[in-house]
Write a protein that binds this ligand. Structure first.
Ligand code: SF4
Length: 111
C-alpha cells in the first residue's frame, strides 16, 4: 500500500495546470484542514470516523475523491471520499464487477 495524500496539501494553481484531472483536490475540505495524519491516516485499528465526518459534512468534491480512490491502481491508505480503506475494498470489488458487466454488455451489443 502507498501513503498518498496529495489532496490534503494545498497545491498552487499553476502547478495543478499540468494535472487538470486533479483540480478537484484544492476544493476538498481536507485542503482546508491540512495534513493531520491521525484524521486522514488513522493508525491500524483506529477508527476513521473523524476524517469521514469531515468528508460527509459537505465536501464539494466527495464524488470526485471517491472515484479517484476507486479508480486508482494503487490501494490508497486512509480516508478518501468519505470512506475508510476497508469500505473501499468492498466498494472497489463491486465497482469493478459493475464496470466489467457494463463492458461485457457493450461488447455483446456491438457484436
Ligand atoms: S471527500 Fe474527504 S478526503 Fe476527499 S477531498 Fe473531500 S474532504 Fe478530502
Amino acid at each position: 500500500m502507498i501513503r498518498l495524500h496529495e489532496p490534503r496539501v494545498i497545491t498552487p494553481r499553476p502547478q495543478l495546470d499540468s494535472e487538470p484531472s486533479h483540480d478537484w483536490r484544492v476544493l476538498g475540505l481536507c485542503a482546508q484542514t491540512g495534513p493531520v495524519d491521525d484524521v486522514w491516516l488513522p493508525s491500524k485499528g483506529q477508527p476513521a470516523r473523524h476524517g469521514k465526518a469531515i468528508c460527509l459534512s459537505g465536501c464539494p468534491v466527495i464524488r470526485e475523491c471517491l472515484l479517484f480512490a476507486l479508480n486508482s491502481d494503487r490501494q490508497l491508505e486512509g480516508v478518501w471520499g468519505g470512506t475508510s480503506e476497508s469500505e473501499r475494498r468492498v466498494l472497489r470489488r463491486k465497482w469493478r464487477a459493475r464496470k466489467a458487466a457494463e463492458a461485457a454488455r457493450r461488447q455483446a451489443g456491438a457484436a
